[in-house]
Design a protein. Sequence first.
Length: 314
Amino acid sequence: MMGDVASSSARITGWGAALPEKVVTNADLEATLDTSDEWIVERTGIRERRIGGSTTGLAIEAGRRALDQAGVPGADVDLVILCTCTPDETMPASSAAVQQGLGIAGGAMDLNAACSGFVYGLVAADGFLRSGLGRVLLIGAETMSRIVDWEDRGTAILFGDGAGAVVLEGGGGPGRVLGWDLGSDGSLRHILHADAGGTIQMDGPEVFRRAVRIMVESAERALQGAGCSVDDIALFVPHQANARIIASACSKLGISAERTANNLALVGNTSAASIPLALVGAADAGRLAAGDLVLVVGFGAGMSWASAVVEWAT
């Protein structure tokens, strides 16, 4: 489903990230798996990943940094949306612990759209703000290491843990969600899934084959909804799953590596935390200015996809 929300006033006014201290390199994995650093880098682009912590702990850390950067206390936040497929408990929602930890006065909810989750959450937050809320804290946080089979070289090399967060505020001024696209094809859920209490099962070649097409088509629909072209995009922030997928999508969209956020080599695939971690890294590096247009694109289990064009506010 494509949305044209040019009248939206959701603005990103703060951002933050959190990563576990433990670094697991490809060399570390060589000791336990039939693999090598060269093999992993050639096929994925990943050199290391962070492992450890809890989903709520990482979410609280990233959320606190985003609130501090925005100069906003938790008591002034109307809603926290935690995007994750690795909650710490079946119930209550892990966002309840985040709400408590950050002193948030408003509501709290989890959102699970796997690796597309943060963009789904971005569109949802924008809707809440347009309906009258003042501030939303949006967080993507995952501890994928808890659902990885560490004896499976096809998946163990890919995933890591982490969290990224943004503060979204309503009102006037620059910064808004200009267009978006959300979708899912449940008939493809078998190509990437994890049963309750189980580990990630993935048909890698099939995911790769479909991911590039889905990314490109979804991005084009979001651009159309925003009324802009790919040449207007200052920064492309794709889901950090595989370097070859990113490169292929960039080639088909006509976006250069210089206009693409890519932290995959250092953090691996962090699912719903992937896009906010890459976005925060780019913002902290000074790659964004007020008025810049940012294209975010996610894809993952479901099979889900989500894209949005965002006008940067600060």
